[in-house]
Design a protein around this ligand. Structure first.
Ligand SMILES: NC(=O)c1ccc[n+]([C@@H]2O[C@H](COP(=O)([O-])OP(=O)(O)OC[C@H]3O[C@@H](n4cnc5c(N)ncnc54)[C@H](O)[C@@H]3O)[C@@H](O)[C@H]2O)c1
Length: 375
């Protein structure tokens, strides 16, 4: 069972509880600028081996360097401080180190199996420095293998401790703040309508959506510290929700948009979501959730209510207005390339990921959705 703690001041106590002296410290290039750096530097450990040789949207080759470093370091626990990329790199390192199969556990074909591994031998503390992915509370990690996005899923990847310290968001550039917050909002919405949702996951989804809707303006436009705290909590709820229910079509359709147009993850997901939402609302007869189309219609109503809107149409409009207010624009195709790009995009979507979507989307629909997304 994961412990979720608020405040960096609780980190030394968490380390003491683990009783570990040699720490493998995974962090990204923002570390020197973080306001929690001093607390981390002052931790009472005998040795801290740092690994930060990776990029956002990390590559398997970069993770391998980290695996070798961990093995030669003799470290006993992992501390990950950073955005989703840093936390995911740390998770991949942990899995490769504990799995008998080593780094092969991270790539096809073994990555498709949830290998039975025991993660308790390497305690793991995660401190997110973005409020978006919720990776600190999921059992997933994302990296790129041979040019394609690879999700690694294993129960052993869920960090033992998630430490939420919202003051770290002070240094997050405004565009990153917007993108990561929209990732969290989309996680809240998608997990809510996912075919895998449960009463527990829907409770987390609701909290994520409500907290973001109440606080996003003060967080983005006024840099308000209390709003930042609420958004960080919301993102954590979003992570907990997708940990149970997974994401749906907006995430599945976003990955190629990120690689083709270099849009950060949250921005790419958020340009897809309203188009999919609108399509699903108009095609409830194509509902594949065994709970039925009436159930799905109620879920759409609940989502709109949580966004303070009277109808799903109003909620979609409110979502689009949010994007506009933050100047988060849709990707634009170069003239003459549009039809090739649409073709690549619609063939890129992983059908396994689409299975979580409550309304079926065939290749023709995907093509038409991408056509509305691309300006
Ligand atoms: N594991 C999961 O459950 C899960 C869920 C959703 C997304 N993801 C993955 O997470 C990654 C995206 O993570 P992200 O959106 O958090 O961004 P990120 O980790 O890629 O970081 C983006 C940039 O922001 C900088 N940064 C981070 N925190 C900062 C801070 N406080 N101050 C200044 N700069 C800071 C980083 O150095 C980096 O340059 C993607 O690979 C995505 O696929 C994982």
């Amino acid at each position: 069972m994961q412990k979720i703690i608020e405040g960096i001041a609780s980190l030394p106590a968490a380390l003491k509880e683990i009783g570990i002296r040699k720490l493998f410290f995974v962090t990204d290039s923002s570390y020197p600028f973080l306001c929690i750096k001093e607390t981390i530097e002052a931790l009472d450990v005998s040795e801290k081996v740092m690994f930060s040789d990776f990029t956002p949207n990390p590559l398997f080759e970069q993770v391998r360097v980290g695996i070798d470093l961990f093995r030669s370091s003799g470290c006993e626990a992992i501390l990950a401080v950073g955005g989703g990329s840093a936390i995911d790199v740390a998770k991949c390192i942990k899995l490769a180190v504990i799995a008998e199969e080593g780094e092969k556990a991270l790539i096809p074909p073994l990555v498709l199996q949830r290998l039975p591994v025991d993660g308790s031998g390497i305690p793991f503390i995660a401190i997110p420095t973005t409020a978006g992915t919720g990776s600190e509370s999921t059992h997933n990690a994302v990296m790129y293998y041979e040019g394609a996005k690879q999700t690694v899923t294993n129960d052993a990847l869920l960090p033992d401790y998630a430490v939420l310290e919202p003051s770290v968001l002070q240094t997050l550039p405004i565009y990153q703040k917007k993108c990561t917050m929209m990732d969290a909002l989309c996680q809240g919405i998608e997990s809510w309508w996912s075919v895998n949702s449960t009463e527990e996951s829907k409770g987390y989804s609701r909290k994520a959506v409500e907290l973001i809707i109440r606080n996003w303006k003060s967080y983005i436009f006024d840099n308000d510290p209390d709003a930042a705290r609420q958004i960080m909590i919301a993102a954590n709820y979003g992570g907990r929700a997708i940990n149970l229910a997974q994401t749906t079509a907006a995430h599945a359709m976003s990955y190629k948009i990120t690689s083709m147009y270099k849009l950060p993850h949250g921005h790419a997901v958020a340009v897809c979501l309203p188009e999919i939402w609108e399509y699903m609302l108009a095609h409830l007869e194509k509902c594949v959730d065994p709970r039925g189309d009436r159930y799905l219609s109620e879920v759409f109503d609940e989502i709109s209510t949580s966004m303070g809107e009277a109808s799903p149409e109003g909620a979609i409009m409110a979502f689009r207005e949010m994007m506009e207010a933050m100047d988060l624009r849709n990707p634009v195709t170069e003239s003459g390339k549009r039809s090739d790009e649409l073709d690549i995009l619609s063939r890129s979507v992983n059908p396994i990921r689409l299975k979580n979507n409550p309304v079926s989307l065939d290749s023709e629909v995907l093509l038409s959705l991408y056509s509305s997304i691309l300006h």
